[in-house]
Design a protein around this ligand. Structure first.
Ligand SMILES: Nc1ncnc2c1ncn2[C@@H]1O[C@H](COP(=O)(O)OP(=O)(O)O)[C@@H](O)[C@H]1O
Ligand SMILES: [Mg+2]
Length: 258
């Protein structure tokens, strides 16, 4: 069974960083191969994972898919799109990356797009885990039709606007056309002194499973500032240690269903 994890939250909250660390932690636990999907229009997962972005699915879509001379319909077309998707995958040790790129606009070639989504969903079954970096609007997930999500993780910081955004994500997720096994929240950048009681109270009211908090980590801040990938970070760093606990919960399904 493929473990399917979708991470969502406001820009700048730490989604991509946490996904990078999660890929590292899951891989370290023997969950491999992993497919990382960058579904955030503000894509930066490739840099965080230290791999080439390659061609995005938006590039394939904009070019109308099929290369010169390939069939324009039927099974031949399906194969052509599958081939293009294969070529868009960046491969690394124990994980692969696919970048969605720009969202579909008015020039969307819907047939190609539907084929791409279907191929991506089918491709996912070849992996031990799929981890998806989403923007807060969950646009990518709202268009999926087949695969279930085991965990939807709303990332937030201990601030009011971020709590509101997390609530919107949790609410929105209830309207998605996919089955979600567990709705979870993950607090990132928690300071050593802990959280104000108001934030603790609001978190409880979210009615979502709370994963272990991830602390503010000076190494992460530095890595982000100079564009270094997550594999260069020390294994004993506070954020990576916390994410390893998260990875253990996700990989072994030890949380209650939400
Ligand atoms: N726990 C943390 N401690 C310190 N810095 C962090 C932490 N989490 C994220 N950051 C920094 O915050 C910045 C934004 O994170 P990013 O993962 O790109 O956010 P998002 O993908 O949600 O837009 C990055 O520079 C990253 O290094
Ligand atoms: Mg990001």
């Amino acid at each position: 069974m493929t473990l399917s994890i979708a991470v969502a939250g406001k820009g700048g909250i730490g989604k991509t960083t946490l996904i990078g660390l999660l890929v590292r932690a899951l891989r370290g636990r023997g969950v491999r191969p992993i497919l990382a999907v960058d579904a955030d229009p503000n894509a930066n997962l490739a840099e965080t994972l230290g791999v080439d972005e390659g061609r995005t699915l938006a590039d394939i879509r904009e070019e109308g898919s099929a290369p010169e001379g390939s069939p324009s319909s039927g099974i031949g077309r399906v194969r052509a799109v599958e081939d293009e998707l294969q070529r868009a995958i960046s491969e690394a040790e124990g994980f692969d990356l696919v970048t969605m790129g720009r969202p579909e606009g008015p020039r969307c070639y819907c047939a190609v797009n539907n084929l791409l989504r279907k191929s991506l969903d089918e491709l996912a079954w070849n992996y031990a885990a799929v981890v998806i970096d989403n923007e807060a609007g969950l646009e990518h997930l709202s268009r999926r039709t087949t695969n279930d999500i085991d965990y939807l993780i709303a990332v937030l910081n201990p601030t009011r606007p971020s709590l509101r955004a997390a609530r919107r994500i949790v609410d929105l997720s209830r309207e998605l056309p996919v089955r979600i096994g567990c709705r979870a929240v993950l607090l990132n950048r928690v300071e050593p002194q802990g959280l104000p009681v108001e934030v603790e109270r609001d978190l409880e009211a979210l009615d979502a499973y709370r994963l272990p908090d991830v602390p503010e980590d000076p190494d992460l801040l530095r890595a982000g500032a100079v564009g270094r990938d997550v594999f260069t970070l020390p294994a004993t760093g506070p954020a990576l240690s916390a994410i390893d606990q998260v990875a253990e919960i996700l990989a072994t399904h030890t949380e209650p269903v939400h």
